[in-house]
Design a protein. Structure first.
Length: 756
C-alpha cells in the first residue's frame, strides 16, 4: 500500500487501471507505459453480509452491501490513487460478475461518471488491452442487475431454506437453486440404477471369407423379415440413453437360427459405397472444455477452471515477456474473430500444407440454450505459440490444458476428414447379415486432434472388394450372450452436459456447483473413475425438496429462472419482478414445509465392530469420500476403518517391506486420492509413501534447507516438492504445519541442492 501512495504523489495525472487479480495486474503492467498504474482488487470488493440476510423483502428486495474485510485494507490506497488519477479504467472480467465488481468499485471509490470508463478485453495481450483503452464505455446497468438478482435469489433460498434443513435433517446443511437440481439428477440416476432389471439377449455374428482375401465379420440384422435389433431409447430425467437388446431372448432361439444357417449359402445381395466427410468440432466453450479435460486429463471442473484462469491471466515466458495464453475461459459462444481465423490458416498452411485448409474459414452456428454475452470461443491468443515452443515455461497442468485448447482450435479451422465407406447386405437363407467397412482417405483435422468418440473407433475396418452376387464362404457362426446394462452413473463431464442441455446454470457456475455438492456431502466422487454417487444425506435432502419445494429442483422451472435473468441482462424486464415471481411461491412452500415436513435426521449407525485403537464400539458414518467406521469416542479417539463401495472392510494388502521409522510392516491402503503405502502401525506411526503407476514405492524427496524462518514458530523453513510444484514447509512439521508458496525462480535457485 505505501508504494501506491508514493507513486500517486510522485507522478500525478496518471491513469489507474483496476483488475481483479494480482496475476492480471502483473501481466497488464508489462503492456502499459509509465502513464498507467495497474492495481488489483483481489476479487469482489462488496457483498451481502455474512451473518445477516442483507435483503429487505418488504422494500423491493433492496440489498445491503458491506465492504469485504480484505477490501478495507486496500481501500485507502485505492481511493488515494483514484483521486490522483486523471482517469480510472475498470478492467474487470468480461461477464456479468465482472460488470458487477466494476459497479461496486464506483460506489466504494465515489467515482463520478466522468471520472471512469469500463473497459473489457477477451484476451490479455498488448494489442487487446491497448485497444480496449480506446473503446471505454459506461457500466451496463442491466448486466449489473442480472448479477444482483442471481445473488439475491441465492441468498433468499439459502437463508430461508437452511434453517429448515437444520431443524428437520442435520445442522450445517444448505441448499441452493442450481446445486439442488444437480444433486437431484445424481440422486434420480442412482434410483434408476438401483431399480434396473437386467435382461439377457443374444446377437449372432458370422465370420466370412471371399476367396483370396482376408476374412471379415458381419452381424445378423434380419431374421425371417424381422429386424433383430430391438434397441430402445429412453429419456431419463435429463439425459437420453439407449438400451440395446435383440429379438433373440434365449439360447433355444439362437440354436434354431444356427441350425437353419448351417447349410445356407452366403451371397452379397446389396452393396453401397460412398465418401463420408466428417467435420471438426467447434472450438471450446466453458462446458466443453470442462468435459474434455475430464475425459482426457482426468481434471475436475474446478481444477480445469483454475488452470485456465492462470493461462488467461498471464504466464512468464522469459525475457520479461508475460502474456495471456488463452482467451477468456467463461464463455458459451463458438464465434471467432476473423483475425484469429486468418492467423490459424497461416499456421496450418505452414505446419501441414495447403491441402489441410478448407476453402473458407469454418463458421459454427448456434450457442447453448440461454447463452449469455457474445464472447468468443476459448482459443490461444496467438496460434503461432505452439505448445512445444513454450512447454519449458509452463507447469505440467498448464501445458496439458494449453495443448488441449491449441489443438482443438487449430483442428476446428482445418479441412474435413474424408472416409471411404462400404456397406454390404449378405443374404443367407431366411437371414440377412450386414457388414460395414471404413478407410481413412484424407485425415484433415484428425492430423491434429481426435474427439473421444473418434479415438475409440480410430482403426480402419477393411472389407474385401465385394460386388452384388459374390459368393462367400462361412468360416464360423459367432453367437454372443449379453445382458442389458443400466444407464451409466454421472461423472463431472456428463453432469455438466446435462445441466447445459437443459439451460441450468451458466459458464461461471458449473465448476462451483459441482464442487459445492461434493464438499457438502450430498454427492461423493469415486477416485478411480470419478463416477458420482448420491450419499444418504444427499438422498434425504433431495426427497425433502422434491416433496415440498418442487420448483427448487424442477429442471424446467430452474431453466426458466435462468432465462428470466437473461431477460434482465438484455433490459427486457425488471430484476425485482424476477425475484418476486420466484420468491412468493417459495415462501408459501416454506410455510407448508415448516408445518408438515417430518424429521429425518441423519445419525451414525451403531456397528458390531470394535475400535482397533481403544476397543470401543464403532459407528457407521458417511462422508463425501464414502462410508466408513469411526470410533464412538471420537474426537477423543480417532480410530477409523475404511469401507469399500459395498460397505465391506478394506483389507490392507501386505507388501513385505518394513517401515523405516518403526520397523513394522508396510501395507497398501486406499484413500481419497487412491492407493498409497502406509505403516501398519497407524495411527501410532503415520509414515506413508506414494505409489507410482507400476505399484512401486515412490521415494520421498529430501527437503532442502533455506534461510527463511517460519512466521508462526520461527523454525527454519524447508523447500519441499509436492504434486503441484515446490513450496516452503516448516521444519517443525507435524507440530507446526505452516507452509508458503515460492516462485519458480526461487525453487530453481535451490534445486541444485536437492539430492533428488
Amino acid at each position: 500500500m505505501p508504494k501506491g501512495k508514493g507513486e500517486a504523489k510522485k507522478r500525478p495525472g496518471r491513469s489507474l487501471v483496476l483488475v481483479e487479480s494480482p496475476t492480471k495486474e502483473r501481466t497488464i503492467s508489462r503492456f502499459l507505459g509509465k502513464s498507467f498504474v495497474v492495481r488489483s482488487t483481489y476479487g469482489h470488493v462488496r457483498d451481502l453480509p455474512e451473518r445477516k440476510m442483507g435483503v429487505d423483502e418488504r422494500n423491493g428486495f433492496e440489498p445491503t452491501y458491506v465492504v469485504l474485510s480484505r477490501t478495507k485494507k486496500l481501500l485507502p490506497a485505492l481511493k488515494q490513487l483514484a483521486n490522483k488519477s486523471k482517469k480510472v479504467y475498470l478492467a474487470t472480467d468480461h461477464d456479468r460478475e465482472g460488470e458487477s465488481i466494476a459497479w461496486h468499485l464506483t460506489r466504494i471509490l465515489n467515482l463520478k461518471e466522468s471520472a471512469f470508463q469500463r473497459i473489457t478485453f477477451h484476451e490479455i495481450t498488448p494489442e487487446a488491452v491497448r485497444e480496449s483503452l480506446h473503446s471505454g464505455r459506461a457500466i451496463d446497468p442491466h448486466l449489473v442487475q442480472a448479477q444482483q438478482a442471481r445473488r439475491i435469489l441465492d441468498r433468499l433460498v439459502g437463508y430461508r431454506l437452511s434453517p429448515l434443513l437444520w431443524a428437520k435433517i442435520k445442522r450445517g446443511l444448505s441448499a441452493g437453486r442450481v446445486q439442488s437440481v444437480a444433486t437431484r439428477l445424481v440422486a434420480e440416476r442412482d434410483q434408476e440404477i438401483q431399480g434396473f432389471s437386467s435382461e439377457e439377449y443374444w446377437t449372432v455374428g458370422a465370420r466370412l471369407e471371399k476367396e483370396g482375401f482376408p476374412p471379415f465379420e458381419a452381424e445378423l440384422e434380419l431374421w425371417r423379415n424381422e429386424k433383430i435389433d430391438e434397441g430402445r431409447s429412453f429419456s431419463l430425467f435429463a439425459e437420453e440413453y439407449r438400451v440395446r437388446t435383440t429379438r433373440l431372448k434365449s439360447s433355444e432361439q439362437v440354436d434354431g437360427v444356427l441350425e437353419a444357417l448351417g447349410s445356407a449359402g452366403f451371397l452379397i445381395s446389396e452393396k453401397q459405397a460412398r465418401e463420408v466427410r466428417r467435420r471438426a468440432a467447434p472450438p471450446f466453450i466453458t462446458s466443453s472444455l470442462q468435459q474434455e479435460a475430464s475425459h482426457r486429463l482426468s481434471f475436475s471442473s474446478d481444477r480445469t477452471m483454475r488452470v485456465a484462469q492462470s493461462l488467461y491471466e498471464g504466464v512468464e515466458l522469459g525475457h520479461r515477456e508475460r502474456v495471456g495464453l488463452i482467451t477468456y475461459m467463461r464463455t458459451d459462444s463458438t464465434s471467432l474473430a476473423s483475425s484469429a481465423q486468418g492467423e490459424a490458416r497461416e499456421v496450418i498452411g505452414s505446419l501441414y500444407g495447403a491441402s489441410y485448409l478448407p476453402d473458407t474459414p469454418p463458421v459454427f452456428q448456434g450457442k447453448v440454450r440461454g447463452a449469455q454475452e457474445a464472447h468468443e470461443a476459448i482459443r490461444p491468443t496467438t496460434s503461432r505459440r505452439t505448445p512445444d515452443s513454450i512447454a519449458v515455461h509452463l507447469s505440467v497442468d498448464q501445458l496439458k490444458l494449453y495443448r488441449l485448447v491449441w489443438q482443438r482450435f487449430i483442428a476446428s479451422q482445418m479441412a474435413d476428414a474424408v472416409y471411404d465407406t462400404v456397406a454390404a447386405d449378405i443374404q443367407a437363407g431366411e437371414a440377412v447379415f450386414h457388414a460395414t467397412g471404413r478407410q481413412l482417405k484424407f485425415p484433415g483435422y484428425l492430423k491434429v486432434y481426435r474427439e473421444v468418440e473418434e479415438e475409440k473407433s480410430q482403426n480402419d475396418v477393411l472389407l474385401p472388394p465385394l460386388e452384388v452376387g459374390d459368393s462367400l464362404r462361412l468360416l464360423e457362426l459367432l453367437p454372443r450372450s449379453h445382458r442389458t446394462a443400466p444407464p451409466p452413473r454421472y461423472h463431472e463431464a456428463s453432469l455438466i452436459r446435462a445441466l447445459e442441455k437443459h439451460g441450468i446454470g451458466r459458464p461461471s457456475t458449473y465448476a462451483p456447483t459441482l464442487k459445492t455438492i461434493v464438499e457438502r456431502g450430498y454427492v461423493r466422487v469415486e477416485p478411480k473413475d470419478r463416477r458420482m454417487f448420491i450419499t444418504s444425506l444427499g438422498a434425504v435432502v433431495t426427497e425433502g425438496l422434491k416433496s415440498f419445494f418442487k420448483e427448487i429442483v424442477d429442471l424446467s422451472f430452474t431453466a426458466k429462472v435462468e432465462e428470466r435473468l437473461d431477460d434482465v441482462a438484455e433490459g427486457q424486464c425488471a430484476w425485482q419482478e424476477v425475484v418476486r415471481d420466484f420468491y412468493d411461491p417459495f415462501c408459501r412452500s416454506l410455510q407448508v414445509a415448516q408445518m408438515q415436513m417430518k424429521e429425518n435426521r441423519i445419525e451414525p449407525i451403531r456397528s458390531e465392530e470394535k475400535c482397533p485403537v481403544c476397543g470401543k464400539v464403532m459407528l457407521l458414518r458417511e462422508s463425501r469420500f464414502g462410508k466408513y467406521l469411526s470410533c464412538s469416542q471420537f474426537p477423543k479417539c480417532k480410530g477409523k476403518i475404511s469401507l469399500d463401495e459395498h460397505g465391506k472392510k478394506r483389507v490392507p494388502e501386505e507388501t513385505g517391506e518394513k517401515c523405516d521409522k518403526c520397523g513394522l510392516p508396510l501395507v497398501i491402503r486406499v484413500g481419497r486420492r487412491g492407493r498409497f503405502l502406509a505403516c501398519s502401525g497407524f495411527p501410532r506411526c503415520i509414515n506413508t509413501f506414494s505409489l507410482g503407476p507400476d505399484g512401486k514405492k515412490i521415494p520421498q524427496s529430501q527437503p532442502v534447507e533455506t534461510t527463511e524462518k517460519c512466521k508462526k514458530c520461527s523454525s527454519p523453513m524447508w523447500l519441499r516438492k509436492g504434486k503441484r510444484g515446490h513450496f516452503l514447509a516448516c521444519s517443525a512439521y507435524p507440530r507446526c504445519r505452516s507452509t508458503a508458496r515460492v516462485s519458480k525462480e526461487f525453487a530453481d535457485s535451490l534445486s541444485s541442492k536437492d539430492p533428488n
